[in-house]
Design a protein around this ligand. Structure first.
Ligand SMILES: [Zn+2]
Length: 281
């Protein structure tokens, strides 16, 4: 799979290989990078992964590519930048909607999502000329599925692995312990590349996973060092110590991942919560 080196522009259709095209929604931002990627998979009957937010130009761009050939709409998870576009795309094409059967209740989800077929880990979507295998990868979202294109080893990684920025882990639905386990699961898969929900294609996928795990452990080390300066401490006191390398405009989002880090320490018996303070043991 070859990605062009160019910046991702919403609405531009990029052919990544014989089977996969990408078009990006016009929703760039701090959390979404250049925007949410929709992947169109297949050569005859087509599947589309992550229709993104509701957007008339994005819907038109997707319909332009799939014409009348769209048979399956798959979602990686139900965050608002990934699945709300299902409704209008299904209305326009009649394609079958597939994804995890349960939407978490944390106020950050597209609660309208109702798949025609609920998928669980290991389930295979048989698309005739190709197959997509669901890989349950909770952590960023408890209902997160990656999809493995078995023919070429491309993993459509949604927000489990994204390019260009660190995945936010927002408790309570986001869970750092579970996220790290879901990253480690990827070593058991034979992979050629990640096609992420945000950003460019990532080659050498297992190297990338090693880097991501190392990055999280480095951040955890910074959390422990921050406790060395103040213990007990509130999340707001820890935040500038742990994320001094991150611009302050990102801090409200980083605070959620910080929360996920201290919850991990608590689960491991290394930290306790006392009112709004956290204490490292
Ligand atoms: Zn996303």
């Amino acid at each position: 799979m070859r990605d062009e080196g160019k910046a991702i522009v919403p609405g531009n259709v990029v052919r990544l290989d014989e089977f996969v095209q990408r078009v990006t929604a016009p929703n760039p931002g701090v959390m979404t990078g250049p925007g949410t990627n929709a992947y169109i998979v297949g050569t005859d009957a087509l599947a589309l992964i992550d229709p993104g937010p509701v957007s008339a130009p994005h819907l038109a761009a997707m319909l332009d590519i799939v014409d009348k050939r769209l048979k399956w709409i798959l979602c990686t998870h139900t965050h608002l930048d990934h699945s709300p576009g299902v409704g209008p795309l299904k209305a326009a094409t009649g394609a079958q909607v597939l994804g995890f059967g349960r939407v978490p209740e944390d106020g950050r989800q597209d609660t309208s999502f109702r798949p025609d077929r609920a998928l669980a880990d290991g389930d295979v979507v048989d698309c005739g000329a190709f197959r997509l295998r669901a890989v349950h990868t909770p952590g960023h979202a408890s209902n997160h599925l990656c999809y493995l294109f078995e023919k070429t080893g491309i993993l459509f990684s949604g927000d489990h692995v994204m390019q260009g920025s660190t995945v936010v882990i927002s408790p309570p639905d986001g869970d750092m312990v579970v996220y790290l386990k879901s990253l480690e699961r990827l070593f058991a898969l034979e992979l050629a590349a990640f096609a992420p929900g945000h950003g460019h294609v990532i080659d050498k996928p297992h190297d990338e996973v090693r880097k991501l795990i190392a990055h999280r452990m480095k951040r955890e080390k910074k959390v422990i060092e921050a406790f060395g300066k103040k213990n007990p401490a509130t999340l707001d006191e820890l935040l500038p110590l742990v994320y001094e390398d991150v611009p302050p405009r990102i801090h409200p989002v980083a605070r959620r991942s910080l929360h996920a880090h201290v919850l991990k320490l608590r689960e491991e018996g290394r930290a306790v919560e006392e009112g709004n303070h956290w204490r490292l043991r």
